[in-house]
Design a binder for this molecule. Structure first.
Ligand SMILES: O=P(O)(O)OC[C@H]1O[C@](O)(COP(=O)(O)O)[C@@H](O)[C@@H]1O
Ligand SMILES: [Mg+2]
Ligand SMILES: [Mg+2]
Length: 336
């Protein structure tokens, strides 16, 4: 059987021993995320037919209007993980504070915490453009047997044991890493099974695509403006192509396959940018580095940043290694 025909379930079992803490718990956790992904995929695919488009009428801790699908995806992932007793805590973009999940023996025996962006690309939900889910997994740092604490979530990205995303696009895929490369699995909707379709995904070192919301251009720092002008200049293999879906997961996925850079800089209207360190930037950075790419805030690798708040934002530059190094060069030069 060639690797290509391997199902996600088979892959998880076959590779669980290559994982440094292998005890089967992480495999169960990935399996639970796979199940929740299928349920959310089902809802996303029929979104226009049932009443789950539009705003839910609530505002989340970020001050954003929650979309009905944000809330639905949030509930599906939290309940799927809660019912399988494999995590001791969950933090989500849609929850103000972290959620403590106790083990059935009421003794807080579970080792993992999950941080999640249940529905990424919310502005695209109602217009049938691809959206995603992003997850990041850590082993707790506080003692087993006691309730989970905030410090179990505020770990630097380097401590992640696994991270990934689900993209609900023309096809539905799970792409994840446990620190041993990045693999992508595509859902065969007819039989509800994910198959290994993209083994060992690698960022091309160079790319020709830049992804940024140019509508914010006038508010960007000078270094970022200079880099965008560099991308647009007729010289060498430039100008690059501008592609921006407005869903981080989908822009990242395309750039990882074709070569490119995604940027969400800080600006005069968003002091720390928009993206959240813990459940957007850290997991995507882990994937990028595992696929030979790079991710930073313009100065420091994202995964070396020590978090201080659950929902903190950071400027984000991520993609093909040479492109990220080039924008860093422009930013640091303009900063002198
Ligand atoms: O509309 P903007 O300001 O360009 O922001 C788009 C970015 O914001 C996000 O939608 C933020 O994620 P959420 O949808 O999970 O809040 C990213 O997916 C996307 O890249
Ligand atoms: Mg998001
Ligand atoms: Mg979201």
């Amino acid at each position: 059987m060639t690797k290509k025909h391997q199902t996600l379930g088979e892959y998880i079992i076959e590779n669980q021993n290559s994982f440094r803490y292998s005890s089967g718990e992480l495999s169960k956790l990935i399996n639970a995320l796979r199940l929740a992904a299928k349920v959310v995929n089902h809802e996303v695919n029929k979104a226009g037919l049932v009443d789950i488009l539009g705003a839910a009428g609530e505002v989340n801790v970020q001050g954003e209007n929650q979309q009905k699908l944000d809330v639905m995806a949030n509930n599906i992932f939290i309940e799927t993980l809660r019912n399988r007793e494999i995590v001791c805590g969950i933090a989500s973009e849609e929850e103000d504070d972290f959620i403590t999940i106790n083990s059935s023996d009421d003794n807080h025996q579970n080792k993992y915490v999950v941080l999640i962006d249940p529905l990424d690309g919310s502005s695209n939900i109602d217009v049938n453009v691809s959206v995603g889910t992003i997850f990041s997994i850590y082993r707790r740092v506080t003692p087993i047997g006691s309730p989970v604490q905030i410090e179990d979530f505020l770990q630097p990205g380097r401590n992640q044991v696994a991270a990934g995303y689900i993209v609900y696009g023309t096809s539905t895929m799970i792409v994840y890493t446990t620190g041993d490369g990045v693999n992508g699995f595509t859902l065969n909707p007819a039989i509800g099974t994910f198959y290994l379709s993209n083994p060992n995904m690698q960022f091309p070192e160079n790319g020709k695509i830049y992804s940024v919301n140019e509508g914010n251009y006038i508010h960007f720092p000078q270094g970022v403006k200079d880099y965008i002008k560099y991308c647009q200049k007729e010289e060498g293999d430039r100008p690059y192509t501008s592609r921006y879906i407005g869903s981080l997961v989908s822009d990242f996925h395309r750039n990882m396959i074709k070569g490119g850079i995604y940027m969400y800089p800080k600006s005069s209207i968003a002091e720390e940018g928009k993206l959240r360190l813990l459940y957007e930037c850290n997991p995507i950075a882990f994937l990028a580095e595992q696929a030979g790419g790079k991710a930073s805030n313009g100065f420091t690798p994202i995964m070396d940043i020590t978090p201080t708040e659950l929902h903190q934002r950071v400027p984000f530059f991520c993609g093909s290694k040479n492109m990220v190094e080039k924008v860093e060069e422009f930013i640091q030069k303009a900063n002198q």
